[in-house]
Design a protein around this ligand. Structure first.
Ligand SMILES: Nc1nc2c(c(=O)[nH]1)N[C@H]1C(S)=C(S)[C@@H](COP(=O)(O)O)O[C@H]1N2
Ligand SMILES: [Mo]
Length: 389
């Protein structure tokens, strides 16, 4: 068993292989996205999202247009010295080098990653909300190459009583007087859901290239179907335990609460799966367009279950009275978004375009959702203001 104290001290124990914030760039790493490609919501730490018009250009999101969400400066990790610690309720406590991962079958999956705070800025229409002011670009779809967490766990041997897999980053997030590592936790059932990588994957490559520093070089977790916060970057430690991780990002943050009293935090469970969501990327917000037929396009993500598929996407140009069904384009794979397009008639009365969607598991985007203190899981009907002349 790992005590709470040990868990919180994890960042300290894991300092091996972590060097001070880097200035140069290692040859193995891809250059980071620049202000040209992403809109930076903050630069220290790096939080950035693409313009929606760029985002919906392709089903696979090029890494330069892939959002970045980091709570602390990128840790500089020397791949030679890097070790992944596996401990807690396992038969064999293990430290793996990057090359040790090659013992396991390589898997490549495609999965959409989305931040729980995607579309947070829309909550401000109800009441002000703190945090990174994301519009609808904190989402992207990429291919991820690595090894199934299930294969690694089978190899080290998991105790019968283990119920949760803790994932811990090598970053140091300012917290209280000191720093803590970013941490996540997933139920063991999800970790071993399948060895095809669709349960959880330990990833070294994104879109066929070594992970960039912004996206978690040299190793990150990808947990398809779960909010991005569970896909820990710069992964340093995997621990098995009977209970979910006591890390701040599981035990307190990433919960849907209206007030932030200790009772509200205690009552709310951690967010795991993401709900269905969709947004319009074309035309651009606030654009002036001529009256008549208008091409509308966007993305839609079904809720984060293995068998969840997009059912329908609808668009309205008259405040929700009339709806046109969108055409879904491109590939359909588990845990992946789809792109869509529709043609609607706009008139000088049209003030906004609205889109909504449903999936095969019965989830749908509601007209409104209740405000929550951290601004998570905004998936109400997406409304895009436009001017028609
Ligand atoms: N170590 C670490 N992992 C992390 C984070 C972080 O700050 N530190 N941010 C998380 C959040 S909130 C999201 S949404 C995703 C974003 O992944 P990306 O930056 O590759 O898009 O990483 C997650 N993994
Ligand atoms: Mo996130």
């Amino acid at each position: 068993m790992i005590s709470r104290r040990q868990a919180l001290a994890g960042g300290g124990l894991l300092i091996v292989g972590v060097l001070p914030i880097r200035r140069g760039r290692a040859a193995t790493q891809q250059p980071g996205a620049t202000e040209k490609e992403l809109i930076f919501r903050s630069t220290e730490p790096r939080n950035a999202e693409p313009k929606l018009s760029d985002l919906i250009q392709s089903w696979i999101t090029p890494t330069k247009f892939f959002y970045i969400r980091s709570h602390a400066p990128n840790p500089r990790i020397d791949p030679q010295q890097y070790r992944l610690k596996i401990d807690g309720m396992v038969d064999r406590v293990t430290e793996l080098r990057l090359e040790d991962l090659q013992r396991y079958p390589e898997r490549t999956i495609t999965a959409t990653l989305t931040c729980a705070g995607n579309r947070r800025a829309e909550f401000n229409q109800q009441a002000p909300v703190g945090g990174v002011q994301w519009e609808a670009g904190a989402i992207g779809n990429a291919t991820w190459t690595g090894v199934a967490l299930a294969d690694v766990l089978n190899d080290v041997g998991v105790a019968d009583q283990a119920r949760h897999v803790w994932l811990e980053g090598l970053d140091a997030v300012p917290h209280g007087e000191g720093t803590i590592p970013f941490g996540a936790s997933i139920p063991i059932e999800k970790a071993i859901d399948a060895d095809d990588g669709l349960g959880a994957l330990l990833v070294t490559k994104m879109n066929g290239e070594p992970l960039s520093e912004d996206h978690g070089f040299p190793l990150r977790a990808i947990v398809p179907g779960y909010i991005g916060a569970r896909s820990v970057k710069w992964l340093g430690r995997v621990s098995l335990a009977e209970h979910p991780s006591p890390n701040h990002y599981v035990a307190e943050a990433y919960k849907v609460v209206t007030d932030t009293s200790p009772l509200a935090w205690a009552e709310a469970g951690p967010i795991y799966r993401y709900p269905i969501n969709a947004a319009i990327g074309k035309p651009e917000a606030g654009m002036t367009v001529p009256a008549g037929p208008l091409e509308v396009a966007g993305y839609v993500l079904p809720s984060g279950k293995r068998d969840s598929r997009v059912r329908e996407v609808w668009v309205s140009a008259d405040g929700g009275r009339g709806w046109v069904m969108a055409e879904l384009v491109g590939e359909e794979l588990p845990y992946c978004w789809r792109l869509w397009r529709a043609e609607v008639e706009v008139t000088p009365e049209t003030k906004e375009l609205i889109c909504r969607a449903s999936d095969s598991t019965g989830e749908f985007m509601p007209p409104r959702i209740a405000w929550n203190a951290k601004g998570y899981l905004q998936n109400s009907w997406f409304r895009l203001p436009i001017n028609v002349q």
